[in-house]
Design a protein around this ligand. Structure first.
Ligand SMILES: Cc1ncc(COP(=O)(O)O)c(C=O)c1O
Length: 373
């Protein structure tokens, strides 16, 4: 059994995708070709923002807005310790300091009520709080209604980490569109992935869009001379073949979201009582990038994952070590006990196979093994 089945999906899009790839091989515009412009238009329309800037990965999609907004040494950027390392890594890469904020029980997303105290903590450390990076963990958007008001009251801007959230919604508004700017990833295992690395940035801000396009190509200027560099940038471009893959997958994405919801509903109905199943607040939808459940204890988790393994069913732990306890972040001075909820979730969480092509029979088998373990 696959944890994520990309082969069935590939069979579904293969003919049209191969036509697109052949066209690219023939037209020869391998980097930032016409497929990239077409994808940016379609993605902006899908997410509902004025602009979409595609880029080389989800990590660069987070890094580039920080660079464009001039975040740097002496600045603090708030985020959660219960996320993939890239969320905090980009803060360090621009020379700023991550300040962690505990997550909420139930959603695993940043707790808006704890942003204020974290701003004060950052100031006490002599830092200048600039921005918040909420993460739409496992596919569920963070609480942007409350985050936007708390951010405004502290003069912070929001960079939405929608690497896992793309496809999720709040009252019909799509992930990627929250805050000043949103970032997503097209890593192959993401709900909307490509066949390599890729990402995209979304914003309604015309000036930020202009800066992001410059940062994406080594800080090049607006003029005709592409070797005129007016700021420090990166090589953050998306290539045409990856854009073609995302275009083909976007065409079936809404249908796949329905199938992901089918799988999530089946899991929730059958697993409730044996493990804690994830909740989705009213008005929200998740794109179910991961279906993550909580065992009663670490030992229980080992027992259940062991039973699954014995039956050839894959399961994975996201995330075993919260970021404040990672060696790379020793220098920030956090210690065990600083974020008890994140630490508790890290000790008990595990994720089950989740993809649109999971069959009822497979779901039955997975649930049966868990319930009987
Ligand atoms: C929450 C989160 N942020 C950022 C990233 C980075 O994306 P990428 O792997 O495309 O650089 C990922 C995915 O791996 C992620 O899950």
């Amino acid at each position: 059994m696959q944890f994520i089945d990309l082969i069935t999906q590939k069979n579904r899009i293969r003919t049209s995708l191969m036509q697109r790839i052949e066209a690219i091989v023939d037209h020869g515009q391998y980097i930032m070709g016409p497929e990239v412009a077409e994808l940016e238009l379609q993605l902006a329309a899908y997410v509902g923002t004025r602009h979409c800037v595609s880029c080389s990965s989800g990590t660069d999609a987070l890094l580039m807005p920080l660079m464009a907004m001039g975040v740097g040494p002496g600045d603090a950027v708030l985020t959660t310790p219960f996320t993939f390392v890239a969320t905090a890594e980009v803060i360090s890469l621009v020379g700023a300091t991550p300040v962690f904020v505990e997550v909420l029980p139930g959603t695993f997303n940043i707790d808006p009520d704890l942003v204020g105290p974290a701003v004060e903590e950052a100031k006490r450390k002599g830092l200048n709080p600039k921005a918040i990076i909420p993460v739409d963990l496992f596919g569920l958007p963070a609480d942007y209604a409350r985050l936007e008001s708390v951010a405004a009251s502290h003069g912070l801007w929001i960079l939405e980490d929608a690497a896992q959230g793309f496809g999720g919604t709040i009252n019909g508004r799509r992930a990627g569109s929250f805050g000043l700017v949103g970032a997503t990833s097209f890593f192959p295992a993401k709900p909307l992935g490509c066949y390599g690395d890729g990402g995209a940035i979304f914003t309604d801000d015309d000036e930020l869009d202009r800066l992001l396009r410059s940062v994406r190509v080594h800080g090049q200027g607006d003029g005709d001379d592409k070797y005129q560099n007016v700021r420090i940038g990166i090589n953050g471009r998306l290539d045409s073949i990856q854009a073609a893959v995302v275009l083909e997958k976007l065409a079936i994405f809404d249908d796949e979201l329905v199938e992901r919801q089918r799988v999530a509903d089946a899991y929730a109905g059958r697993l409730k009582g044996r493990v804690e199943v994830p909740g989705v607040p009213s008005g929200y939808t998740s794109c179910w990038a991961q279906y993550s459940v909580l065992a009663a204890s670490t030992d229980e988790r080992e027992k259940i994952m062991g039973a699954l393994r014995n039956e050839g069913i894959p399961s994975v732990i996201y995330y075993r070590i919260p970021l404040h306890l990672q060696k790379a972040y020793e220098g920030l001075g956090y210690k065990k006990g600083d974020f008890p909820l994140s630490e508790d979730f890290s000790a008990r969480i595990f994720s089950l196979p989740m993809h649109p092509y999971l069959k009822e029979k497979e779901i039955d088998r997975i649930c049966e093994v868990i319930v009987k373990s």
